[in-house]
Design a protein. Structure first.
Ligand SMILES: [Zn+2]
Length: 121
């Protein structure tokens, strides 16, 4: 986490991380590892463009209901996105969400990518 100010110009959506997401491998359900896909998320910040690739898996609660998604980077770092009740209430473990209270690249990117394949509304 750095100490940079968030005041960087007269942007309307200063509270939003801009970016795009695309599936490198659309989710499939494999017999041994379950539902998973490979997602590339690019975010545009005042520090430049940043692309990361994540393995996407579903998380289930103890009753077997969908509870969220886990995004794992190739370096093993992962972020759990907790859906709570819906996408509007989704939370993520990353600094952008936890400390800056923003809808982070993980939530926005994953939501857009899941909508594109009809997995989210
Ligand atoms: Zn996040």
């Amino acid at each position: 986490m750095n100490g940079l100010s968030h005041n960087h110009g007269p942007q309307v959506n200063d509270n939003v991380v801009h970016g795009k997401a695309r599936w490198i491998m659309k989710p499939v359900t494999l017999p041994e590892s379950g539902w998973q896909g490979l997602l590339s998320i690019t975010s545009y910040t005042h520090r430049g463009e940043n692309t990361k690739t994540y393995l996407v898996e579903k998380l289930f609660d103890d009753k077997g209901r969908l509870a969220g998604y886990r995004l794992t980077q190739d370096n093993g770092e992962n972020y759990d996105i907790d859906l709570e009740f819906n996408w509007q209430g989704a939370t993520c473990e990353c600094a952008d969400h936890v400390y800056r209270q923003r809808s982070c690249r993980h939530i926005r990117g994953l939501w857009a990518a899941l909508r594109a394949i009809g997995e989210a509304t």
